[in-house]
Write a protein that binds this ligand. Structure first.
Ligand code: NI
Length: 136
């Protein structure tokens, strides 16, 4: 019997989508307004889901306080009110698309969640655009 426990969180961050090795014209063609040289911001929303067996002693799959603390320390404190391109080392050489951000979030959290539990992260870049990664 496996149960999924989910926690929502959010952060505000700026980014710019572009490749240093492409011309401005090529970046504009592919990334459009997202290539604005002065960056632009998003209110990112995320859902972190942990799936596992229920601990018979506690009745928990994972203590939501522990999960919320992990998200705060490793994601919100690292990304909130930051410029992802300039302030977050993971994106120094990695285009901070929603796809790449969700993989980085998943990797950062995976390291702190017991291996017998599954982890899935959904990241909303806008209310209508969202991406999901579960480590596959
Ligand atoms: Ni954007």
């Amino acid at each position: 019997m496996r149960v999924t426990v989910s926690r929502k969180a959010h952060f505000n961050a700026a980014h710019r989508l572009y490749r240093k090795d492409w011309s401005n014209e090529q970046n504009d063609t592919i990334f459009g307004k997202c290539n604005n040289a002065n960056f632009h911001g998003h209110n990112y929303e995320l859902t972190v889901s942990v799936t596992g067996g229920i601990d018979p002693e506690t009745g928990y799959v994972i203590d939501t306080k522990i999960l919320s603390d992990l998200i705060k320390v490793h994601i919100e404190d690292a990304f909130d009110h930051k410029n992802l391109n300039l302030d977050v080392p993971e994106f120094a050489e990695l285009n901070p698309t929603a796809e790449n951000i969700v993989v980085v979030i998943w990797q950062k959290l995976r390291a702190h969640i017991h291996a017998d539990k599954d982890l899935e992260v959904t990241l909303y870049e806008t209310p209508r655009n969202f991406v999901t990664f579960k480590g596959e």
